[in-house]
Design a protein around this ligand. Structure first.
Ligand SMILES: Nc1ncnc2c1ncn2[C@@H]1O[C@H](COP(=O)(O)OP(=O)(O)O)[C@@H](O)[C@H]1O
Ligand SMILES: O=C(O)[C@H](O)[C@@H](O)[C@H](O)[C@H](O)COP(=O)(O)O
Length: 187
């Protein structure tokens, strides 16, 4: 794959997506988006009540994020996106838009050729114990820590042929950033 024009920092709630994503973007001089800022109010309320989101809640949100990525990339901007993107289908939507959700999006014409984002997926991976400890300490966030088990249950870690790296979150932040920067240099 050619050098990526977007980095997806993914993982369960509390894995460090927002923290790592923002630092990476600032180091690279790339635009940064936090997918949490794009949840519709209904999704936030649902999560705030301790109810996990389902595909129906997530698909329009992911399609919107794909449009944002594509728009930026088309205008020459490289982007870092922090987004849970827990399932393979969700990552496919970020790359290809609605076509990534096929066959669910019947409205897409068969002849339509999707535009793709060249995405490198960075999976922040860690144990339930480590991440729940961090979530319990995190203040002022709408996501309740009791939803963490459902995040692990939903998680489909990326596997080949997805373009990805996995980084363990038991490292400190600067080690995590250095590992990702090294990988990018090799792309
Ligand atoms: N590598 C790390 N080591 C220690 N603490 C971390 C690390 N990465 C993130 N944190 C802390 O863990 C908490 C969750 O991180 P956050 O970026 O909010 O995760 P997410 O966006 O995936 O929900 C925050 O309080 C953050 O400061
Ligand atoms: O797909 C989802 O269920 C949500 O996107 C979820 O994974 C995300 O984690 C929340 O938006 C909370 O935000 P934090 O990841 O920052 O905790």
């Amino acid at each position: 794959m050619a050098a990526p024009d977007a980095l997806l920092v993914m993982g369960v709630s509390g894995s460090g997506k927002s923290t790592v994503g923002a630092q990476l973007a600032s180091k690279l001089g790339w635009k940064f988006y936090d997918a949490d800022d794009y949840h519709p109010e209904e999704n936030r309320v649902k999560m705030g009540r301790g109810i996990p989101l389902n595909d129906q809640d997530r698909i329009p949100w992911l399609c919107n994020l794909h449009d944002i990525l594509l728009r930026d990339v088309a205008s020459g901007h490289c982007v870092v996106l922090a987004c849970s993107a827990l399932k393979k289908m969700y990552r496919d939507i970020l790359i290809r838009g609605k076509a990534g959700a096929a066959p669910k999006c019947e409205e897409l014409g068969k002849e339509e050729k999707p535009s793709e984002v060249q995405l490198l997926v960075v999976h922040l991976s860690g144990s339930f114990e480590l991440i729940s400890g961090r979530l319990l300490k995190r203040k002022g966030h709408f996501m309740p820590s009791q939803l963490l088990q459902s995040q692990f249950d939903t998680l489909e870690p990326p596997v080949a042929p997805e373009n990805f790296i996995q980084v363990s979150v038991d490292k400190n932040l600067s080690e995590i950033i250095a590992t990702i920067m090294e990988t990018l240099k090799m792309k």
